[in-house]
Ligand binder design. Structure first.
Ligand code: PEP
Length: 382
């Protein structure tokens, strides 16, 4: 049974029963000949239309990408086109109508259906607010001394109320400051993340920091697979699979980074590169784990270089990432926040964040100034 039916309140249940009883009574009376026959036929139409609408809505919900929904709209239009044939005969019954008249009415019907469906589709998309979490995460990298980090965190807390409460701010300081920054964030809604964690749970791994340790210091997030770690510390998908497992085992939400380098972008391989980075790691997650994941798309050529991907470039690849996620996890991929990272600053954040599949940013350089970091958050309210 449908879950929503089980969750009806008594009032709603009584309402449903009353409407159902009246409906069945009318239908039975009409079938027995006590009421006009058209009521009997209309009953069929109501039931069939309701069933069709319900199936169409379920199908729509299962098609989270704009592309897939576009195809759905096309095929619905095609079905209406086919339905228009018998409808023409109904509108112009036998005698009187010439072939030309029939063709004319048929074309008008098809045109009207096409316009109506296109309008509904674009209205639905235009007015549909993004329901995903809006996130602005600061990756401080190997910057600031502990006291400076605390000052920075306090600055973010102080200015936080100027930014929409709909924006989720996360700061990711170096390990050495986590404890003090956690204290500085206390009482605010700004969350704490770490920039990395060990692939193992504990033991003889000199210099490593376990996921359990950062969780104990108050971290809710951990950045994994950042291009600097892949590039300078040889992090492979194999290591990242282990780190992801550690993160989940300790209740942390990974911010998993993907992105191509300049040569790959120039060779047109960027779609395949991010696809592979997702397939090799994210595809190994369970459906439950996937619900707790943030993806950050960071083109390596844009990190710390001052070069930013254009808003359209970001949207194009974010939509691709969502499609790759949908292929494995289905409709829930629509809820996965995908952040953009790479020279994101107050002057370009609003344009990038306005794109349908961009849900915020992973910020490097600009996260080191409370003012700029907060101003990037304001990109959402513009
Ligand atoms: C980063 O390294 O995560 C990053 C986005 O850096 P920047 O904003 O400085 O390009």
């Amino acid at each position: 049974m449908n879950r929503s039916f089980r969750n009806l309140t008594t009032r709603q249940a009584v309402g449903c029963l009353t409407v159902g009883t009246v409906f069945v009574a009318l239908w039975t009376f009409a079938a027995a000949g006590f009421l006009p026959k058209w009521i009997y036929y209309a009953g069929y139409d109501v039931v069939l239309t309701a069933w069709w609408l319900r199936s169409a809505m379920q199908l729509w919900a299962k098609l989270p990408t704009r592309n897939a929904r576009g195809k759905f709209v096309f095929w619905t239009y095609a079905a209406i086109f086919l339905a228009a044939m018998p409808m023409t005969d109904w509108l112009l019954p036998d005698a009187g109508a010439t072939r030309t008249e029939r063709f004319f009415v048929k074309s008008l019907l098809v045109l009207a259906a096409g316009i109506a469906i296109t309008l509904i589709y674009s209205l639905l998309y235009k007015n549909k607010p993004k329901m995903r979490k809006k996130i602005v995460a600061g990756n401080w990298k190997m910057n600031t001394l502990p006291a400076e980090g605390v000052e920075l965190a306090k600055g973010v807390v102080a200015g936080r109320s100027e930014v929409c409460s709909c924006v989720n701010f996360i700061v990711c300081p170096p390990f050495t400051h986590l404890s003090e920054v956690a204290a500085a964030l206390k009482g605010s809604d700004i969350e704490l993340g770490a920039q990395n964690c060990a692939a193992e749970a504990k033991g003889a791994y000199t210099g490593e920091v376990a996921a359990s340790m950062i969780a104990a210091l108050g971290c809710k997030y951990v950045i994994l697979g950042h291009s600097e770690r892949r590039q300078y510390y040889g992090e492979t998908s194999e290591t990242l699979n282990k780190k992801m497992a550690q993160a989940y085992a300790n209740g942390l939400t990974p911010i998993y980074c993907v992105g191509e380098n300049l040569a790959e972008r120039e060779a047109g391989k960027h779609f395949d590169v991010v696809k592979a980075q997702i397939e090799e790691v994210v595809y190994n997650l369970t459906a439950e784990q996937f619900k707790n994941l943030v993806i950050a798309y960071e083109p390596v050529w844009a990190i710390g270089t001052g070069k930013t991907a254009t808003a359209d470039q970001a949207q194009e690849i974010h939509a691709h990432i969502r499609k790759v996620l949908t292929a494995k996890f289905g409709a829930v991929a629509e809820d996965c926040p995908i952040l953009y990272g790479g020279s994101c600053k107050p002057s370009n954040a609003a344009e990038i964040f306005a794109k349908q599949d961009v849900d915020g940013g992973l910020i490097g350089g600009a996260a080191l100034k409370a003012e700029d970091f907060l101003a990037i958050g304001k990109g959402f309210s513009k």
